[in-house]
Design a protein around this ligand. Structure first.
Ligand code: NAG
Length: 804
């Protein structure tokens, strides 16, 4: 990825064009130089976008200038009085869900005279408020536009209403506060205090977080609402990335000059850094994509356009620098797609070196390449290309325009914009638009939304412990609208992609970095949430089968069959592949898991491909089409314990006990082989089913199966076998049968362990009852015979199934 820079100085002057100018921007610049442009004569202190094509800039020459990038015109909006030196500008947030025609109408301008001003789009100063003694160094609206925070040379942090009424003085610092940012929930404020960063909640008496962040005065901060990460820039010539707990994630090398500006792209994937004659584009993990040396002086302020495709910088030498992001890359199998210009993509098929050029009417904003389709959103339209045919894309108009996220599944894809979440088929048909109360789509990203053929999962921001689940085709909440709620905050979610809808699983990482798996079908009895791993930083499901991989502490782990936890948790470790991953250093991220290739981006930005064994995927395929003999043959051929362990779990999950027996034998689990053997000999299919469920630890379900089949004695017996004495007696009493059987086993149990009966209910029922083992054995024998006769057809030969 690169930045393509254009610098506009005075009218009718040669423009400084710094790096490989491309035709489009050349044209744009030429148009600009022919126009009667107004530009600044002095230091530009701040800039702010109204739309993706329109920018306002303020300067020490007291002018506020509007830049229209489509027509190339600039115009003076207003000339402020000579005593007002603008310092910071922030547009009132565009309300969510409102069409793009409605633009932000006012902005706040802070100035050196201790005031802030609310100024309309047309340049009318609606209100000027005395705010601080000394200069007001920064002013920011919160995300909802319900409050404004200002900070000043006087060291005060003040909160104002939308109309500029003082609400509170949040804090007093001994030193000037240079920069301020709202937390994603608009309930906390981050500000600078010398070398320290402070996060203070608005709520009185709430805990303050403070840490030393730099070795020099901190000049700028920014806090992204999507990834919740913090940027800081200082006079120590470094920029740093922090999480919202103040933990350091990245620190740059010292530069030659102080870092004067930092700014997150709206989607939190990139950020820009400004310094003296320096503009940098960085990935959210801190590594630098591009470094440019424009003739700007110090860049005091950077603003990203709303669609995240370009930036503007306020330059110390009176320039406004524009740059847009190009050369983004997408890869899938043998295809490489590169955004070469703002409206052009190049597709390269690495198999035959064929190159296709894709031209778009408008600027490309987002793209995604997966499942044999390239989905591109421009400022007005969505294009869908099949990798089989690059010439005839399907094109449809977008509702709002600025798509912030594209997610793909095999069947359909999802577009997220400021107003909503929209699911489309690859034929361009609108399918659904899931919603939940208080939904904020501006903060969703690939970690908080997940899509499969049948399900859309969304992690909520208002309550981070909740995951909303929707039926993809209708956009309706799953089941009876029960969402998944967990005891901790959830950081990242991912749906598996294959298999039946009823088996759909979701994996998630909680704030302790523990990895869990659970079923998305939440009706009826709540599915268990089971832990799969710890210290997991990033995860991905394979696109071809339900294999999960993740980076766990310093290891790369593949869960070849995560479902194992539902079947036989003991053998989970045997179904894993692990290798050392310390070579990936800090904060690696799994970019994709396509086929058996995992792509990891390291902290330095380089991509590493890991190939995992192809055999587990083949095993998944055999099992999904019930080719058990092929599956066994494959395991014999591969001769790996992991394969046999996966097969064992897969066979139990699919109740193929013959295969399970072979597989368990191969991994030396002799106890299990014996148990499976005993299951095979059970007299009815319900009993077999119940004991398979018990084998997987699903006692309650096993009991339900038996009771529904009228096998009350068998249901009582499984509880006896598990020493669930209360339940055994409860069932016997409820169904008025085998009370004596339960009492007899209980007595035998107590005798074996040399204990006295203390349980009240047992004491009550035991009173006056004479245990007659002969009678009980006869009754049991009868039950078994009855069961065997009932289930006609394939009749087992023995009936030694139940453990006594
Ligand atoms: C997902 O949808 C695609 C296209 O409809 C279909 O070919 C594929 O089999 C589906 N996969 C699953 C697991 O349902």
């Amino acid at each position: 990825m690169r930045l393509k820079i254009s610098l506009l100085k005075e009218p009718k002057h040669i423009l400084l064009i710094l790096i490989n100018l491309i035709v489009i921007s050349l044209l744009l610049l030429c148009v600009l130089c022919l126009l009667n442009m107004v530009t600044h004569q002095e230091l530009v202190s701040c800039v702010g976008w109204t739309t993706a094509e329109e920018l306002y800039s303020c300067s020490d020459d007291h002018q506020i200038v509007k830049w229209n990038l489509l027509t190339g015109e600039t115009s003076q909006i207003v000339k402020l009085p000579d005593d007002i030196y603008p310092i910071d500008l922030h547009w009132f947030p565009k309300s969510l869900g409102i069409k793009k025609q409605t633009q932000a109408e006012i902005f706040v301008l802070t100035s050196s005279d201790g005031k802030f001003h609310l100024i309309s789009k047309l340049g009318r100063v609606e209100k000027s408020v005395d705010a601080h003694s000394g200069a007001v160094l920064a002013g920011r609206w919160n995300y909802e536009g319900t409050a404004l925070v200002t900070v000043g040379e006087d060291g005060q942090i003040k909160i104002w209403s939308k109309t500029g009424m003082l609400r509170s003085t949040l804090a007093h610092q001994g030193t000037p506060v240079y920069s301020v940012a709202w937390g994603p929930d608009s309930e906390k404020v981050l500000y600078t205090a010398g070398k320290q960063l402070i996060i203070k909640p608005l709520q009185p008496n709430a805990k303050i977080l403070q840490w030393k962040a730099h070795d020099g005065i901190i000049l700028k901060v920014d806090w992204n609402s999507v990834n919740d990460l913090i940027l800081s820039a200082g006079e120590d010539c470094k920029y740093k990335v922090w999480d919202s707990y103040g933990r350091p994630l990245y620190s740059s090398q010292p530069h030659e000059h102080p870092i004067t500006s930092v700014a997150w792209a709206p989607d939190g994937e990139l950020f820009a850094v400004g310094s003296f004659h320096t503009l940098r584009l960085c990935d959210k993990t801190g590594w630098s994509y591009a470094l440019e040396k424009p003739n700007t002086g110090s860049i005091f302020n950077i603003a990203w356009s709303i669609d995240g495709t370009q930036i503007a910088g306020a330059c110390g030498n009176g320039h406004v620098v524009f740059a847009h992001v190009v050369e983004q890359r997408w890869e899938w199998k043998n295809f490489q797609v590169t955004l070469t210009k703002r409206r052009t993509m190049q597709v390269r098929n690495v198999l035959n070196d064929a190159v296709d050029l894709l031209e778009f009417r408008d600027r490309v904003i987002k793209a995604s390449l997966n499942y044999a389709h390239l989905v591109v959103s421009t400022s007005l339209q969505c294009y869908v290309f099949s990798t089989k045919n690059w010439n005839t894309p399907l094109i449809f108009d977008l509702k709002e325009g600025t798509v912030s996220l594209i997610l793909q599944a095999e069947r359909h894809f999802l577009l997220v914009d400021g107003g909503g979440i929209y699911l489309y088929s690859y034929e361009g048909r609108f399918l659904s638009s899931p919603k939940f109360p208080g939904m904020r789509t501006d903060i969703l990203n690939a970690q908080t939304v997940s899509l499969s053929n049948d399900t859309i999962a969304i992690k909520d921001k208002a309550d981070e412990k909740i995951i909303f689940l929707f039926e993809a085709s209708t956009g309706k909440p799953m089941g009876d609208g029960k969402f998944l709620s967990y005891k901790n905050e959830v950081l990242e979610i991912a749906l598996d992609q294959k298999g039946l809808t009823n088996d759909r699983k979701i994996a998630f990482i909680d704030k302790n970095r523990d990895l869990y798996i659970t079923s998305v079908k939440r009706f009826g009895k709540e599915e268990q949430i089971i832990k799969l791993g710890t210290m997991v930083h990033t995860l991905a499901w394979s696109d071809t089968c339900n294999i999960l991989c993740g980076l766990q502490d310093t290891r790369f782990t593949v869960w070849y069959y995560p479902n194992t936890v539902y079947v036989d948790r003991d053998i989970l470790p045997k179904t894993l592949y692990e290798r050392d991953a310390s070579e990936f250093s800090k904060n690696p991220h799994i970019v994709s898991f396509v086929g058996n290739q995992v792509t990891i981006r390291r902290a330095d930005g380089s991509l590493v491909h890991i190939s995992i064994s192809p055999y587990p995927a083949i095993l998944h395929e055999y099992v999904s089409s019930s080719k058990w003999e092929d599956a066994v043959r494959l395991c014999r051929f591969v001769k790996e314990q992991t394969m046999w362990a996966c097969l064992a779990a897969m066979a139990v999950a699919n109740q193929d006990m013959t295969t399970a027996e072979i597989a368990y034998a191969a991994i030396g689990e002799i106890d299990k082989v014996q148990y499976i053997n005993s299951i095979k000999n059970l007299p009815s299919k319900e009993s077999k089913m119940a004991h398979i469920l018990m084998f997987s630890g699903n006692i309650q379900e096993a009991e339900i199966v038996l009771l529904q089949a009228g096998l009350v004695y068998q249901a009582i017996q499984i509880n006896i076998n598990l020493y669930n004495w209360e339940r055994a007696l409860e069932l016997a009493v409820k169904y008025k049968t085998h009370v004596d059987t339960v009492l007899a086993y209980r007595q035998k149990f107590l005798e074996t362990f040399g204990k006295q009966e203390t349980n009240k209910r047992y004491l009550q029922y035991a009173e006056g009852l004479q245990i007659d083992w002969e009678k009980i054995k006869a009754k049991i024998e009868m039950e078994i015979t009855k069961e065997r006769e009932r289930s006609s057809g394939s009749q087992p030969t023995k009936s030694t199934g139940l453990k006594h």
